[in-house]
Design a protein around this ligand. Sequence first.
Ligand SMILES: Nc1nc(=O)c2c([nH]1)NC[C@@H]1CN(c3ccc(C(=O)N[C@@H](CCC(=O)O)C(=O)O)cc3)C=[N+]21
Length: 282
Amino acid sequence: MTARIIDGKAVAERLRGQLAARIAALPFRPGLRVVRVGDDPASGVYVRNKDRAAAAAGFDSATIHLPADTRESDLLMLVEDLNIDPAVDGILVQLPLPPQIRPEMVIAAIDPAKDVDGFHPVNAGRLAAQQPGLVPCTPKGVMHLLREAGARLAGARAVVLGRSQIVGRPMAQLLLAADCTVTIAHSRTRDLPAECRRAEILVAAVGRAEMVRGEWIGEGAVVIDVGINHNGAGKLVGDVAFDAAAERAAAINPVPGGVGPMTIACLLENTLEAALARRGAH
Ligand SMILES: Nc1nc(=O)c2c([nH]1)NC[C@@H]1CN(c3ccc(C(=O)N[C@@H](CCC(=O)O)C(=O)O)cc3)C=[N+]21
């Protein structure tokens, strides 16, 4: 089997076009504020891409850049200002934060109604409790890609590789809500290759360059590679050894051009959702 390539860049472009059309019909511009503290280089790429996409889709978007030595209390005051600012619908505080700032304190300070990352414990709880709320962008983007790939989810064996608060756990919740039989595998799982091989849907989110080998892929599986890693040669690669996996998978996304662009498109989707919900138009 040679896999169909899932073009995340194209799917993201289409989603952003749909969002732009919906925003053009609104009497207001949804407002997004991204807060960046310090100069983490990976964050720089993300913030630039996001700014461009948000502006093109018609959002009122701005990045607030604070120095690396910002005190936690000052960041918390900024978040409070954004919470009460009626022009702001979505707040994203870029992670990672410098060591003097506790990320869980900052996340907890964001109004859950403006938490477009979906990281606030209230939104994590709503997802687990099957209540409406803001869903983390990367897992939401993966669900879009699975539907695009034509994956049959109901009853399918889905394996999520990775148990992070940001990707693995919410990913498992969304797959469960779509009626998959979900396994969360991780670094302490006894036989990772065997667990992966059983998967009809495999979502790899471990952050280790090409850790998932071709032999780990079941014949005909739909594989979503969430990882964005630099390999030894400094090249961007996923968590999955793409060429070998593509010989067995039914469908797989490349990296770059897979989940990354979907994360940004879903951030915009969440910002529009938050804007409508805040105005009671949900
Ligand atoms: N509060 C918060 N929320 C985040 O969602 C968040 C964050 N902090 N901190 C950093 C990570 C990383 N992240 C990316 C999103 C898109 C691409 C992306 O579009 N990548 C392109 C490639 C970009 C390149 O060429 O380097 C792709 O995969 O095709 C990358 C990285 C969001 N993050």
